[in-house]
Ligand binder design. Structure first.
Ligand code: PLP
Length: 223
C-alpha cells in the first residue's frame, strides 16, 4: 500500500478533534513529501539532527514535533522552528527551552511526558513531579514556553487491558492537572497512541496520535 493510501485510510477514520502526527523518523524526504502532497502537515521526529535536516529541505508550512528524548545541549538547533516538543520530562529542560525560545523571540509549546509504562526504559515524570513543576514560582517565570498538554508512551505489549490501564492513567492525570492554568500553561492535548494501539488510545481519551509504520511502513534501522 502506498503512503497516500495509508494516510487517507487513517485520516478518514479520525474524529475532527484528534490530531495526527505522522512519525517520519528514519524515512527519506521523498517519503515525507508523498505524505505532504497527500495533505499531511504535522511530522514527528525523534532525533534533532534528522529533524533539522528535513526541515531545511521541506516546505515551510510544516509543523515539526520533537517526539523523542531531548538532550538539553541540542535544543538550540531546533529552537527557531520546532512547533511542539512532546517529550519534556524535567524542569531543567523547560528552562533551557525557554532560554532558547527567548533568543528567537518566540514561544515554544511543550508537552510534559508522564511515565505511564511499567517498563523502566521509558522516560517520563510522575504525576507528583508534574504537579510540583506546575505549582512552582520558577515555572511561572518561564514566559517563552507554554505547556499545552501531556504525552505518554505505553508499555510495548499487545495486552489490551494493560494498555487501557496506562492510557486511562494519562487521561486521569490530564483531568487532575487541568486545573493548573497559568499564562504559560493550559492543558489541551493528550498525546498517546501509536500504529498498533491508536484506536484504543482514542477510546481512552487521546486527542493526538503519533503514527509511523502504519503510514510509512516498517522502519529498517540497519540501513
Ligand atoms: C516511533 C515513535 C512512534 C510511532 O511508532 P509506530 O509504531 O511506528 O507508529 C510514536 N511515538 C514515539 C515517541 C515514537 O518514538
Amino acid at each position: 500500500m502506498s503512503i497516500t493510501t495509508n494516510l487517507n485510510n487513517i485520516t478518514s477514520q479520525l474524529a475532527e478533534y484528534v490530531t495526527l502526527v505522522a512519525v517520519s523518523k528514519t524515512k527519506p524526504v521523498s517519503d515525507l513529501m508523498e505524505a505532504y502532497k497527500a495533505g499531511q502537515r504535522i511530522f514527528g521526529e525523534n532525533k534533532i539532527q534528522e529533524m533539522v535536516e528535513k526541515h531545511e529541505q521541506m516546505p515551510k508550512d510544516i509543523e515539526w514535533h520533537m517526539i523523542g528524548h531531548v538532550q538539553r545541549n541540542k535544543i538550540k538547533y531546533m529552537a527557531s522552528f520546532v512547533s511542539l516538543i512532546q517529550g519534556v520530562d524535567n524542569f531543567k529542560l523547560l528552562k533551557e527551552i525557554n532560554k532558547q525560545a527567548i533568543k528567537h523571540n518566540r514561544i515554544i509549546n511543550c508537552l510534559l511526558q508522564i511515565k505511564i509504562a511499567s517498563e523502566d526504559s521509558k522516560f517520563g515524570m510522575s504525576n507528583q513531579e508534574a504537579v510540583n513543576i506546575l505549582n512552582s514560582f520558577e515555572f511561572r517565570e518561564l514566559k517563552n514556553i507554554k505547556v499545552t498538554g501531556l504525552m505518554g508512551m505505553a508499555t510495548f505489549t499487545d495486552d489490551e487491558a494493560q494498555l487501557k490501564k496506562e492510557f486511562t492513567h494519562l487521561t486521569q492525570t490530564f483531568n487532575t492537572l487541568k486545573e493548573y492554568q497559568t499564562n504559560n500553561c493550559k492543558l489541551e492535548t493528550i498525546s498517546m497512541g501509536m500504529s498498533a494501539d491508536y484506536r484504543l488510545a482514542i477510546d481512552c481519551g487521546s486527542t493526538m496520535i503519533r503514527v509511523g509504520s502504519s503510514i510509512f511502513g516498517d522502519r529498517n534501522y540497519l540501513i
